[in-house]
Structures are given as C-alpha cells and as structure tokens.
Ligand binder design. Structure first.
Ligand code: FAD
Length: 454
C-alpha cells in the first residue's frame, strides 16, 4: 500500500508524509507478536519492551501503522468511558463507574505524559473539554451527570452557565456546558507514525502490509499465517479493534460501527474572531449520537458524529456516507451561523469497535498465551494507551492494579450471529435516534433554510 493509497483515509494522513515499512519477508520466531498497528498495539509494544528489553517483539499490521481508527479519529484525549457515567453505573454498579472514571483520568494523563516525555510529534494541545447543552433537556441531562459525578466523589468537572460558555465559544445554541480542564486534543495520524518511529529504534519490529490470515495454537508455540510467511510466537496480542470479528474466538465480542467526520478549510482571522473559540477546547454535545468538534492546528473546524453507519456482513468498506457528511456540513453552519458558507476540504469515516454493552473488554483468550483488547467505541485515544500497559501486565502474567480493574477478564455479553447481529445493532441505533430527536430543541433547519447551495 503506497502513501497515495492510504492518505485519503483521513485529513490527518495528509498532514505529514509517511513511508510504510516492509512486509514480512521470511519466517520469524518471536517472544510476543502483536496483531494490529493502532494505538493499542503500539502502546502495548512500547510498554512491554520497556519492561523486558531483551524480549523480541513484532507488530504485524495488515495495511500501514495508523490505518484503523487510530489514524482517523477526532483526536480528543478525553475521560469518557462507555456511553455515560450513569449508564456505566446502571450496567456495572456505582463503585465500578467510579473506578472506570479514575482509569480514564489516568489514561488521559498517561497519554499527555508520554507525548511530553517521548517528544511524540502530534500537535498536542491542552485546552480542556466542553460537553455543551443544546436544549433544555440536554442541560438537565448534563446537570444530572455532573451531580452524579460529584456524588461519586469525582472531581475536575464543573458546570458553566450560558453566559460563561458563550464567552468561551460563541454559538447561539449553547445553554451551558460540562467543563473538564484535564482533556486535550491532538493529531492522531501524526501520533501513530511518531509512535512507530519511536519504538522501532528500541528494537521493536514492525511489519506493515502484513495481514494475519490464521492463528493456530500449538503446544509450544502459536503460529500466525501471513500471505508469504509464518510467525511463531510464545505469546500473542490481538489489537485488531473493529476487525476483531474476523477471528473466530473474538467474533461475538464486538461489532464494527462507522463514525464520520467532515473538515473545513482553515478559518480566516475574521471567521475565527466571530466564533470566539480562542481557548480551543474540544467540544461534544450530549446526544446519544454525539457531535464532536474541535479546531485543528491550522484552524480548520473538524466536525464528527451525528449518526453512524452499520456493518453489512463482513464488508469493512463503509467509510463514506454522503447523507451523514451533508448533515455534518449543515451542523457547522447551524452551530456557528457566521460559518454557514464555509468550504469543506475533506470527509472520511472509520470503524470503532462496539461490544453490545458499549464498554471495553481486555483479557486472556483461552489461555494466558493469548491476550486481546477491544471495544473502546468512540473514546479510545486515551484508553488504548493505558490499555497498552494493562496488556503488558497480562502478557507478563503480573497481577497489578491495572489487571485488577473490573473490565479486565470480564464476561462479555455476546453479539448474536448474523442476521440477528445487524438487526440488534439497527434497533439500538434506532432507539438512540428517537431519544435524540425527543431531546433536540427543534427540528434541524434544511440546507436551503441555512442558505447553503450545495
Ligand atoms: C472517525 C473516528 C473518530 C474517533 N474519535 C475519537 C476521539 O476523538 N477520541 C477518542 O478517544 N476516540 C476516538 N475514536 C476511537 C479511537 O480512534 C479508537 O478507539 C482507537 O484508535 C482504537 O485503537 P486500536 O489500536 O485499538 O485500533 P485501530 O486503530 O483500529 O487499529 C487496529 C489495527 O489492526 C489492523 N488489523 C486488523 N486486522 C488485522 C489482521 N488480520 N492482520 C494485521 N492487522 C490487522 C488494522 O489495519 C488496524 O490498523 C474515533 C474513532 C473513529 C473511527
């Protein structure tokens, strides 16, 4: 796969050059092999090598490093786990919701520290995060979540009233916001590739354009088949995220769901001043099918979310959805009326890994020689980095505070087989849509009403 082939996968991939490395050319025998070159695989490899410098570790990536969600996401380094804090509490109980939030805080801080310590080149900014209320019902929902967080003893989240939030960002839609200064934003493709360039000199082998087609467990070693060669390994890590269902043992643990993004041309000074987003926070709203948006280093607006595309059988080519792209372009003009005629440069999508209860799952698969980590849904930028440390501890068979976390080695609720899987996913998303419509303040204005010609 050449640079020209994968570069259209996201705007981020155009922000720097990357020359993919060689595919695996001969059989190898390693201590640990990691399938998947996204943040999970990269972080796990780094933390393993740091803990055990003599270990021979290889990453096998079917396309190029960062090809999956890691090179295409919104770049929010944030604390959200699962859908919301209160839904996590409903599913797992209050103390586990608190534990999950603490894990996420640790994940956000870890990523920021790694970026600084290792000088990872990713345009990292630390502007904090706003969850904005765009109707009275969402305001109630956010206030309830903040009250619940405080009751659990969680700190670092506060409510900003309407006047305060509009001093930060000028949108007529905002009625107040959840404010969380801990969070950051970054360029995810740059981060992925900077990771690759950081860990290779440590002795970690990376083979790109090397899809794993089969995994066979032997008594001594596990054998992985790739198109040309075999890899023999003592231990193996599945870091395949939304592609995990291609492996029979992981098939029922998650399903892929696509989220989409559009991005504007850079704002000019006048446009930038008009929307007054001088502190550059990452922003989400409080819908089930959230909007997430932010400024890039060169002052474009990235707008993502609003709806999702579902998988059809094993087809992983669902990146483009014109209806969602058009909706997102209109959303920019609705949230920021001075930008209603702004031009857009790119639109893309990517698959996230969704367990049926929308909470991550990490653990052993069968025996302690096989570890997997998946299910970060749309909030894996921070989480995958800390999961890399958790994976390290599982591979090294160490019991630590990370391996004791409740979602490690948890029993997952299986997705049913097709065609029920598709129908279940459709029903869940359908319910989310209905609730969002009830919560949205008013009917969305049409492109014509917004004065957009195409
Ligand atoms: C559009 C979008 C926006 C998002 N926005 C945010 C955000 O702002 N903040 C946030 O926290 N999270 C966000 N996420 C989620 C986040 O990007 C992911 O949770 C995270 O990147 C997952 O990392 P990963 O390494 O587990 O998986 P991936 O990055 O998906 O990596 C999996 C890799 O495995 C490879 N692979 C699969 N099968 C094989 C095989 N058989 N052999 C070899 N290699 C294989 C794939 O090619 C891929 O590179 C977003 C996701 C998307 C798609």
């Amino acid at each position: 796969m050449s640079y020209e082939e994968f570069q259209p996968k996201s705007y981020w991939m155009k922000t720097r050059q990357y020359a993919p490395g060689e595919a695996l050319q001969e059989d190898i025998d390693v201590d640990v092999v990691i399938i998947g070159g996204g943040f999970t695989g990269l972080s796990a490899a780094y933390h393993l090598k740091k803990a055990e410098p003599t270990m021979r570790i290889a990453i096998l990536e079917s396309k190029v490093i960062g090809y999956g969600a890691s090179g295409r996401n919104g770049g929010f380094n944030m604390t959200l786990f699962g859908l919301t804090l209160s839904i996590t509490a409903l599913r797992f109980g209050k103390s586990k919701a608190k534990e999950a939030h603490h894990y996420m805080e640790r994940a956000v801080d870890l990523l920021q520290d790694l970026v600084r310590e290792l000088n990872l080149d990713c345009d990292y900014e630390h502007p904090g995060f706003l969850r904005v209320a765009t109707s009275e019902k969402y305001k109630k929902r956010i206030l309830h979540e903040i009250e619940f967080a405080h009751k659990l003893g969680l700190e670092g989240i506060e409510w900003l009233e309407k006047d305060r939030i509009r001093e930060e960002v000028k949108s007529p839609m905002y009625l107040g916001a959840w404010w969380e200064p801990r969070c950051g934003i970054l360029n995810p493709a740059k981060l992925s590739w900077s990771w690759a360039e950081t860990i290779q000199p440590m002795g970690i082998e990376i083979y790109e354009r090397t899809p794993v087609t089969e995994v066979t467990k032997g008594l001594q070693k596990i054998t992985l088949s790739t198109p040309k060669c075999k890899v023999h390994a003592s231990k193996i890590v599945f870091a395949t995220n939304a592609w995990s269902h291609f492996f029979p043992k992981l098939k029922s643990k998650q399903t892929p769901v696509w989220t989409h993004i559009v991005i504007t041309e850079p704002l000019n000074e006048e446009q930038y001043q008009e929307i007054g987003w001088q502190n550059r926070q990452g922003i989400e709203d409080a819908r089930n099918l959230v909007h997430y948006y932010r400024l890039t280093a060169d002052n474009r607006i990235l707008m993502g979310g609003r709806d999702v595309s579902l998988s059809k059988g094993y087809n992983m080519d669902r990146d483009h959805n014109e209806k969602i792209f058009e909706g997102l372009r209109n959303d920019v003009g609705e949230i920021f009326p001075p930008l209603k005629n702004i031009k857009f440069s790119d639109a893309w999508g990517g698959p996230v890994s969704v367990p049926i209860d929308m909470a991550p799952a990490i653990g052993y698969l069968g025996d302690k020689r096989v570890v997997y980590s998946l299910g970060c849904v749309g909030h894996g930028v921070s989480l995958t980095h800390l999961n890399g440390q958790t994976v390290r501890d599982l591979v090294l068979e160490r019991q630590t505070d990370l391996t004791d976390v409740f979602f490690v080695n948890r029993t997952t609720i299986p997705w049913p087989p097709e065609p029920l899987r598709g129908l279940t996913a459709k029903a869940i998303v359908g319910y989310m849509h209905i609730e969002d419509r009830l919560y949205d303040a008013k009917k969305k204005r049409s492109p014509k009403q917004l004065g957009r010609s195409s």
